[in-house]
Design a protein around this ligand. Structure first.
Ligand SMILES: Cc1cc2nc3c(=O)[nH]c(=O)nc-3n(C[C@H](O)[C@H](O)[C@H](O)COP(=O)(O)OP(=O)(O)OC[C@H]3O[C@@H](n4cnc5c(N)ncnc54)[C@H](O)[C@@H]3O)c2cc1C
Ligand code: SF4
Length: 527
């Protein structure tokens, strides 16, 4: 029987930090992660395979992205050792101080989190895109802010990416992998510098992203932590001296369990809430979990508006996915806090053709289609299918009024084990409209034609990559599922440490705050 001091479930911004710091304290740590331990040549950007995680059949579909469509709200999250850092756009920023004024436990604020934010920055090494590498989107953001008379609100954002100050767009074949310089980081991991290939969300082929599997996780392993990929946790049950954690080993297709004095649930806002709801309402192994479980869920006010620029090249498939922001979080636009960012998109078709051109079989297939692989590769790196598109991205402070719960599948109504969500758009309508209006103003001021997605204008449906809440912090079990340190009310030794504990929307990219909260919680875990 495997017995550990601590089992950490999930290896994203909460789990990787907790595993690392608890292992550094000398505890025997096991990390159970449902996703793969990805190698660069397996990333969807390179292999064009392994795209989807499917919760209903993870034995077969344990790929890159867990996309859940809950009706009015859809949520995207990453899967793999390193969690959301693999798929994310690398923006690593602190929450604004005013965020903590309402809805947060006493003692957590910008000042008390400062040392923990600094610790995260020391590990993830966020950097700004060098000015001579600004993308056409960065320049558009600056120009758009200036045209509205708000130039001071534009700035580049810190990104957990290693940039090469010597890289430029005007060198020959700038996006070629050879333009990335390799180096070995302080944790012994081989990395490269950014060659602006635009694939941040589908796996950085040159390892320029400072993802958690290249820093916190190797440091955890150096201190004795074990990491088991493709281990999907299904249940947590109290034992005499801690907890029994049941999992499915997806690689071998068998079930198993381990014992631990402490369990840290760090499966993300959706994953942790779903697991604990199943423990409370389906399996009844943790029946005393707070009635607030599943409630106060937030989409972090995310909104995207594509705009067409008929006579301007913007190339969202090139360069880091996000580079800059226009900060209206002070509420001076329509009285709503709004944070605008430039969005980027991976060039999926181009990646597929590149992949074909790099294999023997693919080259043969391309020749059969009358294409010359080498010249195709050459022109692919120059071509730009979405050249005139600007994806304006934005975040804001929504009301955290979503609720996750276990429902019954239509095909098996006697079972109650499918995660569902109630999401009422109405309390958030004004703030979403404010982002949409600001996107329109910024587009029109710079010659673009904004296209508000009908999924919002007609259906009032939204998509978020920034789920927060579901197991929120509070002073007591009637105000939260966990306390300020992530300790679960009613279950000593059980913790939640990830986006699920964040009790309000942040209005900015949340990963650094999640990691800072985990850095803080790791100091407070009681054996
Ligand atoms: C496309 C995209 C772009 C983004 N860009 C940014 C950005 O630029 N900046 C930013 O701050 N944020 C960004 N985010 C959001 C960011 O990725 C998340 O906020 C962050 O990863 C959440 O951290 P977490 O620890 O809560 O969960 P995660 O990082 O999602 O980690 C949870 C881990 O738990 C694992 N897991 C889930 N269930 C189980 C289970 N039952 N058993 C075992 N393991 C399990 C998952 O596979 C995952 O690895 C982006 C997200 C997406 C999807
Ligand atoms: S743009 Fe390409 S090289 Fe740069 S961080 Fe993103 S995926 Fe990596």
């Amino acid at each position: 029987m495997d017995r550990f001091d601590v089992v950490v479930i999930g290896s994203g911004f909460g789990g990787a930090v907790m595993a690392c710091r608890l292992a550094m304290q000398g505890r025997r740590v096991l990390v159970l992660e449902r996703g793969k331990r990805w190698k660069p040549d397996e990333y969807p950007s390179v292999s064009n395979r392994n795209w989807l995680w499917r919760e209903s059949n993870p034995d077969k579909h344990h790929g890159w992205i867990d996309f859940r469509a809950f009706g009015d709200m859809s949520v995207a999250a990453g899967c793999g050792v390193g969690g959301g850092s693999l798929i994310y756009a690398n923006v690593s920023i602190d929450a604004r101080p005013e965020v903590f004024a309402r809805g947060w436990p006493e003692g957590i604020n910008a000042t008390t989190l400062r040392p923990y934010y600094d610790r995260v920055a020391a590990m993830l090494k966020p950097a700004h895109l060098p000015e001579r590498q600004w993308t056409p989107r960065t320049l558009l953001m600056k120009e758009a802010a200036e045209r509205l008379g708000e130039g001071q609100r534009f700035r580049t954002v810190p990104q957990a990416i290693t940039f090469d100050p010597e890289w430029t767009y005007d060198q020959p074949d700038p996006f070629a992998p050879e333009r990335s310089k390799t180096w070995v980081n302080e944790f012994g991991q081989r990395q490269g510098t950014c060659n602006h290939c635009g694939n941040c969300d589908i796996g950085c082929p040159v390892q320029a992203k400072n993802t958690l599997d290249l820093n916190y996780i190797p440091l955890a392993e150096r201190h004795g932590a074990q990491v088991r990929a493709l281990h999907h946790v299904r249940n947590i049950a109290p034992e005499a001296d801690g907890y029994r954690v049941l999992f499915r080993d997806l690689a071998r297709g068998v079930d198993g369990h381990v014992l631990a004095r402490n369990v840290v649930v760090a499966a993300g806002s959706i994953g942790s809430t779903e697991l604990l709801l199943k423990c409370r309402d389906r399996d009844r192994t943790l029946p005393a979990l707070s009635p607030l479980l599943g409630k106060r869920w937030s989409a972090n006010g995310d909104f995207l508006t594509p705009a067409i620029y008929p006579s301007r090249a913007l190339s969202p498939t090139q360069g880091p996915t996000i580079s800059s922001c226009i900060d209206f979080l002070d509420g001076s636009y329509q009285g709503r806090p709004v944070f605008i960012e430039d969005g980027g998109l991976p060039d999926l078709v181009g990646n597929l053709l590149e992949k074909m051109a790099s294999t023997w079989l693919g080259r043969w297939q391309l020749r059969r289609l009358g294409l010359v692989p080498d010249s195709l590769l050459f022109s692919l790196r120059r071509r730009d299918p979405l050249v005139n598109l600007m994806p304006w991205f934005g975040q804001s402070r929504d009301e955290s009024n979503g609720e996750l719960y276990l429902g019954r599948p239509w095909y098996a109504p006697w079972r109650r084990d499918v995660l569902k969500m109630r999401w009422d758009y109405r309390p958030n309508e004004a703030v979403m409209e404010a982002i949409s209006d600001l996107h329109k103003d910024l587009s029109v001021a710079t010659g673009g034609v904004p296209v508000t997605p009908p999924t919002w204008s007609v259906l009032r449906n939204l998509v978020t990559p920034h789920p927060l809440g579901g197991c929120v912090m509070g002073a007591t079990a009637t105000e939260g599922v966990v306390d300020h340190a992530g300790a679960v009310f009613g279950y000593p030794g059980l913790y939640v440490a990830d986006g699920a504990i964040v009790p309000t929307s942040l209005g900015t990219n949340p990963s650094k705050t999640i990691a800072a909260l985990a850095e803080r919680a790791a100091e407070l875990v009681r054996a």
